[in-house]
Design a protein around this ligand. Sequence first.
Ligand SMILES: O=C(O)CCC(=O)C(=O)O
Length: 333
Amino acid sequence: MSTHINPLDLNIIISDQERRNGALSAENIQLGVMLLYARGYVVLKGAVPESLVTELHSSFKLLYEESVQRLHTEPQRSGFIGEGETERNVFWERNSRFRIFPKLRGPFASPQVVRNSFAEPILAEALGAEYYCKFVSSDTCVKGSIQQAPHRDIDFYDEDTVRGCYVNISLMHCGLHNGPTEVWPGGSHLWRSEKFLKFNLIPFGEDGTNPAMEAFVSHLSSQKLELQPGDLLIRDPGMWHRGTPNPTDQPRTMLTIGYFRKDYYFEYGDPFFSIDENIYKDLAPPVQELFAPFFNKGDWRYWKLRKSQAIRRLKGRQDLSAPLRIGIRWLAG
Ligand SMILES: O=C(O)CCC(=O)C(=O)O
């Protein structure tokens, strides 16, 4: 009897030796880089220690419970609704999916989370050594969540260079039973826009339905990813994927962190959802370095972020006249 192994289930298993060194072997770094490049993702099994994952999960549960409480009193929270959440966590909820941005304190500030030594060389090879972190968030799907439309998280690419990487760290068993992320590996991140735009197959807007995309992807192979607590998934944000329903009573949670190449600005997310001046000062130097561009007036990303924040604030104001609104839309580009 032959047992068929799905190659997409093969990932990087960190050996005892690598764990003792806190670093992947040269072979595994190369494999990780190539799988990320060719498949669009790679999983590093057990990259975050169990004790830290337990701490992260119990801290996260409190954030989640607080967010659920707030949802009862602030039901309009389907998107970011305001500045000034310096102490409380920034979050929103859509179709029973929570996006919560934890403050980078305690376990969330750990270098093993934000600058994981096993992921580091793969990210550095993919993005260049001076990559930066734009946001630290999380994806929690709960009972009632529906199947998202297949989508990419970043625009189509028109150059060869990788622009960014998302890292997901599972804080619990994210299995086939509780809403796994479904991915279309092996090239979807590299597909060019031309034919998709021509035939109006638009892989954006995950929260609505997209029948044309559904019909198209039904002809392509996908994979539902199973992650154990502490597994670390690195994926190209261009790789087509979607969230699937979680029918269980337990929220399914993983951290979602966005890293980008130093010359590319990603609009989504905001580092200030997770840090402020004080939190930044307390970060361990390797973690601090990832956010340094947003604290350095000599860096173009410092200004780009402030401009986006100003536009966001203006857009949130209901009292502006129509010409001003048009002006803001023009400024936003
Ligand atoms: O939670 C997941 O599994 C994926 C969610 C996702 O892709 C999204 O919300 O854009």
